[in-house]
Ligand binder design. Structure first.
Ligand SMILES: *[C@@H]1O[C@H](CO)[C@@H](O)[C@H](O)[C@H]1NC(C)=O
Ligand SMILES: *[C@@H]1O[C@H](CO)[C@@H](O)[C@H](O)[C@H]1NC(C)=O
Ligand SMILES: *[C@@H]1O[C@H](CO)[C@@H](O)[C@H](O)[C@H]1NC(C)=O
Ligand SMILES: *[C@@H]1O[C@H](CO)[C@@H](O)[C@H](O)[C@H]1NC(C)=O
Ligand SMILES: *[C@@H]1O[C@H](CO)[C@@H](O)[C@H](O)[C@H]1NC(C)=O
Ligand SMILES: *[C@@H]1O[C@H](CO)[C@@H](O)[C@H](O)[C@H]1NC(C)=O
Ligand SMILES: *[C@@H]1O[C@H](CO)[C@@H](O)[C@H](O)[C@H]1NC(C)=O
Ligand SMILES: *[C@@H]1O[C@H](CO)[C@@H](O)[C@H](O)[C@H]1NC(C)=O
Ligand SMILES: *[C@@H]1O[C@H](CO)[C@@H](O)[C@H](O)[C@H]1NC(C)=O
Ligand SMILES: *[C@@H]1O[C@H](CO)[C@@H](O)[C@H](O)[C@H]1NC(C)=O
Length: 808
């Protein structure tokens, strides 16, 4: 949703029939057949007190007042209601002055650090609260990442449902703990921007796929305290998400026990009763006028009980967040100053530096990373420094003008775009550091720059510093290039410049010339003359359109141009989603690659921290990097019917099954140290639970209560076998018995742990009932299959270090 669009200004959409749809709800609901909170079909747990307050409040209202609540109007009198004040933002407040520009969520996920992700969402929520907003259009678990080109991937977590689920739960808990209402979005199966408007495409997925992959993270969010859900613009199996009985009344309210309200994305409500009866709780007075709703109760197209439920679901979150305490600061305009940032910059820098993944590192012969005070260093690419006018250009919601950005990129576009108070680009700290380290630094902040013809400083022959001995390559001629001009150039031929010699001898262009530092300003020349060459690349995207490429030729040409001349080329990339690296990744001159998402206001500091080894990289890939863009199974769907025929096989689940050779696996990431793993052991921690095929608990927030109980524990030890302190993300992958119809192995646990050099640590993965369950379509329940499970522990999805088996 776009911040500037009012929920009341929803345009009409024709062609969708009103009326109560046939529901295939997979869980029992209240006596009326609809999931009404007052029927007590869900144990509200921590939300029980808020429900009682909401019910009492709503019981004292007229129907006219209830209709005002569900359409976002206020009323005063013996009872009064002020609509919640909403605003977009996942990585800071969208379009607001004086707030923090947090790390984009695609990057924060790469930390694999749930506590840090929770802290970031709490800090973000706190800024919303302090600015007077109390309904955040918040964390995004859809798109999940089915489509590697997906425009909104910067806002989401990972195509792995378990990883997304753990972090979505932390996001909901963190934001909510700031004392505001958090809306998760874009529910459901909303995986791309292409054709997104007004139900322009239908996402068609079977039950198993929906439950095991796309609904999964919403369950964690509901358990984590998510009190609002925004239904998406897409259709699901033909019905608009916001009018879809099965996904709203069924999956969300009946299966997950969601206690709050469902509100529509822009233009996503199309009817009065079709939406209200399907489970939409907040909508437009254009459809839900007093006249229509009251008459609906008369004619039986709608019920009093449902109206009461809608109002209660709108008010419950207000009490749950504690907004009735009267403490929240008044909302101010989006340009007024209020000091809300506190020390969030420290947190942002920490998240960003932990989010950086070291994909490759050859640090033999003083090359690679961390940098070891290079005497000469060159930076290449627009992404190394500020763009000409920045950093808060409004990225178009209708589609970004290009897939790359002409400056340092640290946020996504559209309603997920962060508002930067400032942006530290790599250029700043790297320059400062070169000064401190006594080095020299030069740069070309342009991907294609070629030096203008150098009239006036001719070379022509014999120029340059002679040499032949030392670290700069010899052979070429010195002087400024050019064929004519008046300056005769330095003579060459005999080597008076001792040690490290600049090249000399020959004639013609290239090399160093006049004055010693006056190099020909070109990418190849700087590359040739630098001990460390750092090339910066990016890819951008945001709300409104999908990416058109997963690699960029201009950037790849730049990387290759540098690597041809520089045997210590380090590539730093920040990307909106998966980026293909095969144009250069195998070149041995490319000694190191840092890869991440979009890092927020402290981006340059975080990159510098890792380049210099002040922070030992610990990020891990949250998606697979394929060799070819065409290797991904699910490109953007260009038609109005999008069939999720790949089922549960997205990302590594698909590559594993196809045995397709990939470039870097899901979960991969190196460190400046190394880790060894001990034996893996498994213990059953709840035999009773394992003895039952289906859950036996009652419905509570997130689903059947016992789905979240630990049933087995898997343990190993991890040793830091290198020379410096570092953090490892140990990953648990489970292989299921055949009946479960699961991918070869799926992530079902991870533990991030910092270990000092030479030390070991015990690592235990707690496996919940849901983690070893599959969706039994016939029974419409989560089930534990009988048979043998393999519990494999590794440093990535393809670097398994040990395993154990368990027979259930
Ligand atoms: C409900 O399930 C039946 C049988 O599985 C199916 O034919 C029907 O299309 C489903 N309805 C909806 C709304 O999904
Ligand atoms: C969509 O259709 C598939 C196939 O009939 C079915 O398994 C699934 O439950 C349906 N989902 C929804 C939300 O209607
Ligand atoms: C109300 O329900 C009746 C009977 O199902 C139907 O004919 C009519 O179109 C409905 N009215 C609206 C406004 O949905
Ligand atoms: C920020 O300050 C708060 C107290 O105001 C403190 O609890 C927190 O640890 C600080 N965070 C960082 C990252 O320094
Ligand atoms: C980069 O350099 C090229 C060639 O010199 C020039 O055409 C282009 O405008 C420059 N781009 C930017 C963003 O400055
Ligand atoms: C060399 O000089 C000629 C004649 O003045 C001019 O046309 C040409 O552009 C010059 N070339 C360069 C590279 O400056
Ligand atoms: C270069 O060599 C020539 C001839 O041997 C000599 O005359 C000249 O002084 C030398 N130049 C330098 C800079 O050493
Ligand atoms: C050339 O290199 C050798 C070996 O490193 C060194 O001993 C010698 O001093 C160098 N000569 C000059 C002129 O720097
Ligand atoms: C690596 O760099 C050196 C210059 O240091 C160059 O001679 C060589 O051709 C480069 N190799 C590749 C594969 O580009
Ligand atoms: C073990 O599982 C049973 C059945 O799900 C449950 O009732 C019980 O509370 C669980 N015990 C523990 C300690 O979690």
């Amino acid at each position: 949703m776009k911040a500037t669009t009012s929920l009341h200004a929803l345009a009409a959409l024709s062609g969708v029939a009103d009326g109560l749809a046939t529901r295939n709800s997979s869980a029992p609901v209240g006596a009326t057949g609809l999931p009404l909170l007052a029927d007590g079909y869900v144990d509200l747990g921590v939300a029980s007190a808020a429900f009682e307050k909401a019910k009492t409040f709503v019981d004292g209202l007229t129907n006219e007042q209830k209709i005002k609540i569900i359409t976002g109007s206020s009323f005063t009198g013996s009872s009064s209601w002020t609509p919640l004040s909403s605003k977009d933002g996942v990585a800071g407040i969208n379009m607001q002055f004086f707030v923090s520009g947090f790390t984009m969520i695609n990057a924060a996920t790469m930390t694999w650090n749930p506590d840090l992700v929770e802290a970031q969402f709490r800090a973000t929520g706190d800024e919303f609260y302090q600015m007077g907003y109390n309904l955040i259009m918040g964390p995004v678990a859809s798109p999940l990442g089915r489509d590697p080109y997906g425009g909104r991937l910067p806002e989401g977590f990972s195509p792995d449902p378990y990883l997304s689920g753990i972090l979505m739960g932390k996001a909901a808990a963190g934001m909510s703990s700031a004392g505001i209402v958090t809306a998760g979005r874009h529910y459901l199966l909303n995986e791309q921007e292409t054709n997104r408007m007004s139900g322009g495409y239908s996402a068609n997925a079977d039950d198993k796929t929906t439950q095991e992959v796309y609904l999964w993270p919403f369950a964690d969010a509901v358990k984590g305290g998510l009190m609002a859900v925004m239904c998406g613009m897409n259709r699901v199996n033909g019905s608009l998400s916001c009018e879809n009985d099965k996904i709203l009344n069924g999956y969300l309210k009946s299966d997950l026990g969601f206690p709050g309200f469902v509100l529509p994305d822009v233009n996503s409500q199309a009817t009065a009763f079709g939406s209200a009866n399907a489970g939409l709780d907040y909508g437009s007075s254009r459809y839900w006028s007093e006249e229509v709703m009251l008459e609906g109760i008369e004619t039986g197209n709608f019920t009093q009980a449902r109206l009461d439920d809608m109002a209660t679901r709108n008010v419950l979150p207000y009490y749950f967040a504690g907004l009735d305490d009267g403490q929240q600061p008044e909302k101010i305009s989006n340009t007024d100053y209020r000091n809300v940032r506190g020390n969030h910059s420290t947190l942002i820098r920490k998240v960003a530096s932990e989010a950086i993944i070291l994909l490759k590192n050859d640090n033999t012969n003083g090359r690679g990373l961390p940098l070891n005070k290079p005497r000469t260093m060159a930076l290449f690419g627009a992404h190394a420094g500020p763009c000409t006018a920045g950093p808060n250009q409004q990225f178009s919601v209708g589609g970004t003008p290009a897939d790359t950005y002409p400056g340092h990129l640290a946020t996504g576009g559209g309603s997920g775009q962060a508002s930067f108070p400032y942006l530290i680009t790599p250029f700043q700290p790297l320059t400062t550091r070169a000064a401190e380290d006594g080095g020299m630094i030069w740069w070309v902040l342009n991907n294609t720059y070629t030096a203008p013809p150098a009239a006036g400083f001719p070379g022509g022959g014999g120029g340059g510093f002679p040499g032949g001995n030392g670290s700069f390559p010899g052979g070429g001629g010195g002087g400024f290039p050019g064929g004519n001009g008046s300056f005769p150039g330095f003579p060459g031929g005999n080597g008076s410049f001792p040690g490290g010699g600049f090249p000399g001898g020959g004639g013609g262009g290239g090399g160093f010339g006049f004055g010693g530092t006056g190099m020909e300003p070109s990418i190849p020349n700087y590359a040739e003359n630098s001990e460390a060459c750092i090339v910066f690349i990016n890819s951008m995207s945001g709300e409104g359109s999908d990416r058109t490429e997963l690699a960029n030729e201009e950037q790849d040409d730049m990387v290759n141009t540098v690597a041809e001349k520089c045997s210590n080329t380090i590539v730093v990339g920040n990307f909106a989603g998966p980026r293909i690296l095969d144009a250069w990744i195998e070149n041995p001159n490319i000694t190191a690659v840092l890869y991440s998402g979009l890092l927020g206001q402290e981006s340059g500091n975080a990159i510098s921290d890792v380049l210099h080894g002040d922070v030992n990289p610990s990020g891990k890939l949250t998606h697979t990097i394929a060799k070819l863009a065409s290797d991904y199974p699910t490109p953007t769907c260009m038609t109005s019917e999008c069939n999720y025929d790949e089922g549960v096989f997205i990302d590594y689940r698909w590559f594993d099954a196809q045995i397709t050779t990939i470039r870097y696996p899901f979960g991969h990431g190196l460190s400046y140290t190394s880790f060894t793993y001990g034996d893996v052991s498994v213990s059953v921690t709840n035999q009773t639970a394992l003895g039952s095929r289906y859950p036996t608990g009652g419905l509570t927030l997130g689903g059947k209560a016992d789905l979240f109980d630990e049933v087995i524990a898997v343990s190993t030890t991890v040793q830091n076998s290198g020379a410096v302190t570092g953090a490892e993300v140990a990953q648990l992958y489970i292989s299921f018995p055949e009946e479960a119809e699961q991918p070869i192995r799926i992530l079902r646990g991870f533990v991030k742990i910092e270990i000092a050099a030479g030390e070991s640590a015990d690592v235990t993965f707690s496996v919940r009932r849901r983690d070893i369950s599959f969706w039994d379509t016939a029974a419409q329940k989560w089930a534990i299959a009988e048979g043998e499970y393999t519990l494999a522990v590794g440093s990535s999805s393809q670097d398994i270090r040990g395993s154990a088996t368990l027979t259930v």
